[in-house]
Design a binder for this molecule. Structure first.
Ligand SMILES: Nc1ncnc2c1ncn2[C@@H]1O[C@H](COP(=O)(O)OP(=O)(O)OP(=O)(O)O)[C@@H](O)[C@H]1O
Ligand SMILES: [Mn+2]
Length: 571
């Protein structure tokens, strides 16, 4: 992109220079009657005459200028295509370019197709509209506390989808190709659901801990008990009391030691509490209402600590229970970081011109003086995620996400280019059977709701094999754009047209009952550093639930009238 920008900059500069040169020459030339007659609305024949009267050199200069203007325009269009703007606006060109020889392939990814259809719908009763509204302002402080507006009562209650849910609950519609009924979902059936403790034969117990002078017996920590209760199908049970206790521990227990976590791109700290309890800390960088910079790609976006907190609550509310508990806390940077850490990180602490205590640590993204993390003046807020069990107890397997983005500013991923990409995935193990594919669909819905474009990998616990849930880890880049709904995150759902009965039922419940924004707002109130989310991010959730329901409806219609759809596709 740099190359591209510098080329276009260069072209523009040259163009300007030429233009300046040309107009300077115009001035030097003695005025002719034609010059006086020249005006933008002069008739064509006059323009032609002027052209004929021009010297060859002038005509050449004009032609070169015109060429350079066109060239610059082409470069600008090219840059926009790279930024992905284009994918949202023009449905065909890039795919056409790649698939130029493929006549059969209409070259439209399902999500682009969906977007197009979605936008074609009138501003109807269900509130569909163009969701790329402009932000009310760069920052609209105080928005977080403002009393939320109640959304208008939706008139479309998605009764068609509700019917499918009801019929499946009565044992009908069991071979539905889009909505997978509970009796075909291993997450619901759970013929077995052992815990890590049972698998490893480790019971929450009294631990022997050797102190320098004496042998102490210490109760197992809430974190250890939580970790041993992680089961094959979920991190914790619905209503598990250990979750709140763990949140409280991380928010209030004394901090014994801090060190920077290796790996990953942005700064993270490992926090040690008494009893071997650990948390993963992500620092606050910006106020809640600061959104993703418009020229930042998802992969160069800053991480937001509040997104980690909100994502945990959202995951729990949606009933997935695949994200580790995360809580907010304000630290004293002197006593709770500087005094209890050692090594290279110490050398990165400094006092800023505003007299705030800052540090930047060492990492590959944003770990330098100009991107330092600063306290106020030495109090720093951050997110604390309960630590996953160590690899000695429960090793994890890292999977490349099938719908991973390219992480390159110019390249596209395979799923963006291949219209039958889902067929490839769903015939490849472990996506060809069991719960994995449905988990990928859930993850896509979860990420779409939270605006997380950064799902490059996902992890599972090795000991449970393939028939286990996918962990929802790393949500630092979610909740970045409150006024934009990134449809490409829904690509797995749009391309595969597959969803769990329970997930659809949950979405319908929020759409027709208490809105998701309200439930999440209430849940986040329990966090010590609430308000966690800027109000527009909460409101975005209700809007996005509707979009997911619309997508599922489209899938159902497509499945029920495949022939009709074929015809439509060709129109
Ligand atoms: N709660 C946790 N406890 C222990 N380890 C964790 C936890 N959350 C994440 N990790 C591990 O740390 C790694 C980095 O965490 P995370 O992905 O949140 O950071 P990141 O800087 O965003 O990384 P990346 O830049 O690779 O996306 C993860 O891949 C995961 O293996
Ligand atoms: Mn990350």
């Amino acid at each position: 992109l740099h190359f591209c920008c510098s080329v276009s900059g260069w072209a523009r500069a040259r163009w300007r220079r030429r233009r300046r040169g040309a107009s300077a020459r115009d001035h030097k030339r003695s005025p002719t009657p034609e010059d006086h007659a020249r005006s933008p609305i002069a008739p064509r024949s006059k323009t032609a005459r002027i052209m004929l009267n021009m010297k060859l050199k002038e005509r050449l200069a004009l032609a070169v200028s015109a060429f350079l203007v066109l060239f610059t325009l082409m470069l600008i269009v090219d840059i926009q295509m790279d930024y992905g703007n284009f994918a949202n606006r023009v449905p065909l060109p890039l795919h056409a370019r790649v698939h130029s020889g493929d006549v059969e392939d209409k070259g439209r990814s399902a999500y682009i197709e969906f977007r197009k259809r979605f936008l074609q719908k009138s501003n109807g009763s269900n509130g569909s509209r163009e969701y790329e509204q402009s932000a009310p302002g760069e920052t609209s402080g105080g928005g977080t506390d403002a009393e939320p507006r109640t959304p208008a009562t939706p008139t479309d209650r998605y009764e068609d989808l509700q019917k499918i849910i009801f019929s499946q609950l009565q044992g009908k519609n069991e071979d539905h190709t889009v909505v997978i009924p509970p009796h075909r979902d291993l997450n619901i059936l759970r013929p077995e659901n052992p815990t890590i403790g049972e698998m490893e034969d480790l019971e929450p117990r009294l631990l022997d801990r050797e102190d320098t002078s004496e042998f102490m017996r210490i109760n197992a920590s809430n974190l250890e008990r939580f970790q041993l209760k992680i089961s094959q199908h979920e991190l914790y049970e619905d209503g598990e009391p250990l979750v709140d206790e763990l949140l409280k521990d991380m928010a209030t227990n004394s901090i014994l030691h801090v060190e920077q976590k290796e790996g990953g791109t942005q700064l993270k700290l490992i926090i040690d509490y008494p009893n071997g309890v650990q948390a993963l800390f992500k620092p606050m960088r910006f106020a809640r209402d600061v959104q993703t910079l418009p020229n930042h790609f998802y992969f160069s976006d800053y991480e937001r600590h509040n997104a980690e907190i909100a994502a945990f609550h959202l995951d729990r509310i949606l009933g997935f229970r695949r994200a580790m508990p995360v809580v907010g806390r304000v630290l004293n940077m002197t006593t709770e970081i500087y005094d209890v850490t050692e090594g290279d990180i110490l050398k990165t602490f400094f006092v800023s011109p505003a007299n705030n205590f800052c540090f930047h640590g060492k990492c590959s993204y944003y770990c330098d003086t100009s991107h330092a993390i600063c306290g106020n003046p030495d109090m720093l807020e951050g997110s604390f995620a309960a630590f996953l069990p160590s690899s000695d107890i429960a090793e994890r397997k890292v999977w490349r996400h099938p719908w991973r983005r390219s992480y390159h500013k110019r390249r596209k991923a395979q799923w963006e280019l291949q219209s039958d990409y889902c067929d490839t995935v769903r015939t490849t193990p472990p996506y060809d059977s069991g719960r994995r594919m449905l988990d990928v669909m859930d993850m896509s819905i979860f990420d779409f709701l939270s605006g997380n474009m950064d799902r490059h990998h996902y992890e599972t616990f090795k000991m449970f094999g393939n028939e286990t849930f996918t962990l929802h880890l790393d949500h630092g880049r979610a909740f970045g754009k409150a006024f934009h709904d990134e449809l490409s995150i829904l690509a797995p759902l749009l391309q595969c047209c597959l969803v769990r009965h329970t997930t659809l039922a949950m979405l319908l419940k929020f759409h027709n009952g208490v809105p998701l924004s309200k439930v999440l707002r209430e849940s986040l109130k329990l966090d010590p550093v609430n308000p966690i989310l800027w109000e527009p991010h909460l409101l975005a959730l209700d809007r996005r639930v509707l979009i997911v329901l619309d997508a599922i409806r489209n899938c159902v219609n497509k499945a029920e009238t495949p022939l009709q759809n074929e015809v439509n596709d060709f129109v």
